[in-house]
Design a protein around this ligand. Sequence first.
Ligand SMILES: Nc1nc2c(ncn2[C@@H]2O[C@H](COP(=O)(O)OP(=O)(O)O)[C@@H](O)[C@H]2O)c(=O)[nH]1
Ligand SMILES: [Mg+2]
Length: 200
Amino acid sequence: MVGGRIHRIAVVGRSETGKTLLVVALLKALSRMRGVRVLVNVEELRQIRYLKVGGARERPPVVEEYRFQVHKSRTDPVVGHIVDTPGLQEPPGRRRECFRAAAVTFRALLEATAVLYVLAPTLHPGDQGLNLDQELIRYASGRRPTLVVVNKCDLPGAAELVRWARRVNRTPVRAVSALTSEGIAELAQLMLQRLLRAEV
Ligand SMILES: Nc1nc2c(ncn2[C@@H]2O[C@H](COP(=O)(O)OP(=O)(O)O)[C@@H](O)[C@H]2O)c(=O)[nH]1
Ligand SMILES: [Mg+2]
């Protein structure tokens, strides 16, 4: 194991940016990579997609962790956990649930060894919430390797959001679509390189 520890990659961002669908897409991409073993099977991924994508507000805010191993050699697998967070909910519907979701998300952020920060073009420059995103990206990237992901690149406004994200922070920014899989294989590879420092 590199450094003998488990790598915890927290997937953080506002609700409805597609974090859960992105986690499913990344796990699928990882499972197709040689030397990577994902401890969630295709049927379970289907279930996660069916049960957990969309409608976040109806569920109790908890984190879900998915494990994978990168085998650079037989004897020293790198162990990674992808931590799907409930996210920062808005607009505040049920306040209690929102605060709980935020608390759970912040705890995952604090415990993470690396961060995938997810934005989506349903948010847009000028949107007040982007100030919070920017603060959180700055906070995360000052302490641990961080990648900014602009999800939903199949929707209009993604290119503008990528330009905004590149202007306001120094971490790498990647545009992907968890829905169409565009950019997902490359993101999975980059995640192993930059967040785990484990190339396969
Ligand atoms: N068009 C499009 N929709 C997406 C994409 N990723 C997720 N979604 C949709 O966005 C909504 C929220 O997704 P979800 O994964 O639950 O977001 P989360 O709250 O951040 O976990 C769902 O309706 C998804 O189908 C994408 O890449 N493109
Ligand atoms: Mg979710």
